[in-house]
Design a protein around this ligand. Structure first.
Ligand code: DGJ
Length: 730
């Protein structure tokens, strides 16, 4: 049993592989957090709560209950009762008061994992994969039941949490904050790792020491965002890739979030994650429920690398779905950087024709095929083919591309509306807007009100017509602006602040319909590059476009950060032309291939225009990708170099689960004069086995030697050079 209840001390113990998580019902029915970390044989660690220390002693010192409230490690802290640390829930009751008081009511433990109503979440493939604990807390005066839901995975160091709230009273209650997790650490000596950035430089890893007070990353942009990712790791100061304690948190949500750590007066750390409560409210009428999205919590006793591999395993097996979950993805060529808006059917066909000869398997027609869109200033919402560009119609083009033996994919931006569109002229009220205020443009577009079913139905109807009109096997779902003037023409005054969340639920609803109705279509999410690279999106699409920056060197950083919690198999990565469109850098074609090979792999260039030398390199590059793709998709990923610490080089590995083979990739970012060869220690191999590098089958070395002594990398001439080595068990 991975979850047990000890009746004597009213404590719960959740065991997830080698991780243990404990909570306990204490005086007055409050729920305390006891422990989260490496597995322990004990099931009574109550002394950690310090319930006997004055002046915080409950019962014997009830005259100072506020001190008790302010020091007890709370499992799900409320606002208004004397716990002055950051809270997880606050409400507005029928009288307008914010105080909430949650006491234990009941609990149940069962096999498997429940679905979350309307929300993406991790799942079990069979009931014996995990156990779930539901602890029901109640606030009697407010008439609320708050169910804390925990799932412990049997073979992974993963515990997930979510929260369900039900109005069981007779009066309306508003939720003004409803976070999904709170964990208390008996420690303030921790670092906080976050993934931050901007357009074209997403998910750069940043590491800071925690200090007294509150520190957070968040998004109020209506999406998880380029600027911050809903991921945080808290770790010991000495934690590195391979050692030290690490706690990873990742929010299965694609909208506004907060990820916050607070070091409190007694040098402890409280960590919380959930929907951002800024401009958030949710009205619960009697009998109504609200579900807060899931947080995935991973514990590692062996550094960041193990944390990442746990996330990767979980997401590959228990989050990503659909036909392409465990499949090699088709090698695609996308026309965005090749043509931008300047294309027609003939141009696309020429690209496809040339690409098919080189072994590329799918043509993706990007932005600009619909309405009268020839720049980014019109037609979003008019999802019908522009026959001036796609002469003869979509079916004719798709058939021609198919006749080359290639698949066909298409771009949509379903959440958007251009002021210059037939849709906007017919339904200006469908844009998210504040009545009487000017709408703020971003990329010359507005955002559709996805809280409205009529809006979603209409857009979906348009998309369906396109999808049913030709043999379309891939969709790139883009989202190129963030939200402003967030109000809906369809919601009553008291529900306006629900729009941020209702918008995200609407997006999920449409993605759910799309993936249900078209299970064979490969869906790739995208948001102005990688602004929605989050687990919520991964649930619907097995791959997400990492960034609009396709430069191989910039990608080293972006993909490094992304790999903190997201599997490489999900990273949309393409070989593009040089000088690179975003940074103007020229890197060797081989290096671009090696870096894109870490992800889904494809091309983003005009294959009819690149040099003959680059064109000639494509078939061998594809062969290399095919050779290693299973290893990349299913193996364990090890980060070896760190672009953040040393811009000179980067390296990483993929090791087969049975340790029978390993792929080592190295990039020399900057060449140096008079350097000896660089010794690099490999990781993840079987120390007792012998391995040879494929090119030198006679030279065998033990896994122990390869890991303890390393290999020498030398002979690379110039900047941005790369090398791959394939080690096979002898
Ligand atoms: C942003 C995406 O990241 C690009 O790849 C491209 O699809 C453009 N949008 C098209 O507008």
């Amino acid at each position: 049993m991975s979850i047990t209840y000890n009746e004597k001390n009213r404590s719960f113990k959740l065991t997830a592989n080698n991780t243990c998580y404990m909570l306990q019902v204490v005086s007055y029915g409050y729920l305390a957090h006891v422990y989260f970390g490496k597995s322990l044989p004990d099931d009574d660690l109550t002394y950690l709560l310090r319930l006997d220390e004055n002046p915080f002693t409950p019962e014997t010192n009830d005259r100072d209950r506020a001190s008790f409230m302010d020091t007890l490690p709370m499992e799900y802290p409320v606002f208004g009762l004397g716990d002055y640390r950051e809270h997880a829930i606050s409400i507005m009751d029928k009288n307008g008061a914010s105080t909430c008081d949650l006491r234990y009511k009941s609990h149940k433990i069962y096999n498997g994992k429940p679905k979350l109503e309307g929300l993406p979440a991790t799942f079990t493939n069979s009931d014996d994969e995990a156990q779930t604990l539901e602890v029901v807390m109640e606030d009697k005066p407010a008439g609320l039941e708050v169910t804390l839901v925990y799932t412990a995975f049997e073979r992974l160091d993963v515990i997930t949490r979510s929260v369900r709230v039900k109005n069981v009273g007779a009066d309306n209650v508003k939720l003004t904050r409803i976070y999904s997790t709170c964990v208390e650490f008996n420690d303030d000596k921790m670092d906080m790792i976050t993934l931050n950035g901007s357009w074209a430089r997403e998910r750069a890893m940043e590491r800071c020491r925690l200090h007294h007070g509150k520190q957070l990353v968040d998004s109020m942009r209506g999406e998880s965002s380029h600027q911050s990712n809903p991921f945080t790791a808290l770790c010991s100061h000495n934690a590195d890739e391979d050692s030290g304690e690490v706690y990873g948190f990742n929010f299965v949500y694609s909208g506004n979030f907060v990820s916050e750590a607070e070091v409190t007066q007694h040098k402890k750390t409280r960590y919380l994650m959930g929907i951002n409560s800024c401009d958030f409210e949710w009205l619960l009428e009697p009998d109504e429920c609200f579900t807060a999205p899931e947080v995935v919590m991973v514990y590692s006793d062996s550094g960041l690398g193990k944390m990442s591999r746990t996330f990767h395993d979980l997401y590959r097996n228990n989050l990503i779905r659909g036909e392409y979950k465990d499949k090699r993805r088709p090698i695609l060529i996308n026309n965005w950087e090749a043509t931008y808006f300047d294309f027609n059917a003939e141009k696309l066909y020429q690209i496809a024709e040339q690409a098919s000869k080189l072994g590329i398997e799918m043509l993706v027609m990007d932005d600009g095929w619909f309405g009268h869109r020839n720049a980014d200033n019109s037609s979003l919402g008019d999802w019908f083919v522009n026959e001036n560009k796609i002469e003869g119609g979509l079916k004719a083009l798709v058939d021609r591309v198919n006749s080359l033996g290639m698949k066909f994919g298409i771009w949509f931006e379903p959440e958007m509306i251009s002021p210059d569109s037939e849709l906007y002229r017919a339904h200006p009220d469908w844009a998210i807007q504040v009545k009487g205020r000017e709408l703020t443009l971003c990329r010359e577009q507005y955002v559709l009100d996805y809280s409205r079913k009529d809006v979603r139905d209409y857009v979906y109807g348009m998309m369906k017509k396109i999808l049913d009109s030709a043999n379309i096997e891939y969709i790139k779902w883009d989202m190129n602006r963030q939200l402003t003037e967030v109000a809906s023409n369809a919601l009553p005054r008291e529900r306006q602040r629900e729009l941020w969340h209702r918008y995200v639920l609407g997006v999920y609803d449409l993605m759910d319909r799309l993936t249900t109705d078209y299970p064979h279509i490969l869906l790739e999410n995208c948001s102005g590059g990688g602004a929605r690279f989050d687990p919520g999106m991964l649930y619907f699409s097995p791959q997400i476009w990492c960034s609009d920056d396709t430069d191989a060197v910039e990608r080293l950083k972006i993909q490094y950060g992304t790999s903190m919690c997201y599997p490489c198999s999900a990273m949309g990565a393409h070989v593009s032309d040089c000088p690179n469109h975003t940074v103007g850098r020229s890197t060797p074609f081989t290096t671009r291939g090696h870096v894109a090979m870490v992800g889904t792999f494809g091309y983003e260039l005009d294959v009819t225009k690149i040099s003959q030398q680059d064109r000639d390199a494509i078939p061998a590059q594809i062969e290399e990708f095919n050779k290693y793709n299973t290893l990349v998709r299913t193996g364990d990923h090890y980060r070896i170099g760190n672009m953040f610490e040393d811009n000179m080089w980067d390296a990483w590995m993929f090791v087969a689960k049975d340790k029978s083979e390993a792929l080592f990739e190295f990039v020399q970012v900057i060449g140096r004069p008079n350097e000896r060869s660089r010794t690099i220690k490999l990781k993840g191999l079987d120390p007792d086995a012998y391995y040879f590098e494929e090119a030198t089958p006679d030279k065998k070395l033990s896994g122990a030697a390869l890991m303890q002594c390393g290999i020498n990398i030398g002979g690379l001439w110039g900047d941005y050079q790369s090398k791959i080595l394939h080690f096979v068990k002898a």
